[in-house]
Design a protein around this ligand. Structure first.
Ligand code: ZN
Length: 85
């Protein structure tokens, strides 16, 4: 699974933690600056986006919704699956 144990950087100015293995920012943190946990920081936006994309794709794959595979956009489907449509 791409969502992993949270880590953060002790570098000055880093105010987020990361929990997605594909986050480029996370992968740019130097090994010596990495600490486990959230460090009382907020979740990185990239990680958040990546996670919601994963979630959406999982839902899409599992869903038999008629929109799936019939030109329905992921955004439309997201709206439906989250009850906003
Ligand atoms: Zn991140």
């Amino acid at each position: 699974m791409p969502v992993i144990e949270p880590i953060y950087s002790i570098e000055k100015g880093c105010e987020v933690y990361h929990n997605h293995s594909e986050c480029t920012e996370r992968n740019n943190i130097e090994a010596r600056n990495i600490r486990a946990g959230r460090g009382e920081k907020r979740l990185c936006k990239h990680c958040q986006n990546l996670a919601s994309q994963d979630h959406l794709m999982t839902l899409a794959a599992m869903s038999n919704h008629p929109l799936f595979g019939k030109g329905g956009s992921l955004l439309e489907m997201a709206a439906i699956l989250t009850g906003k449509k």
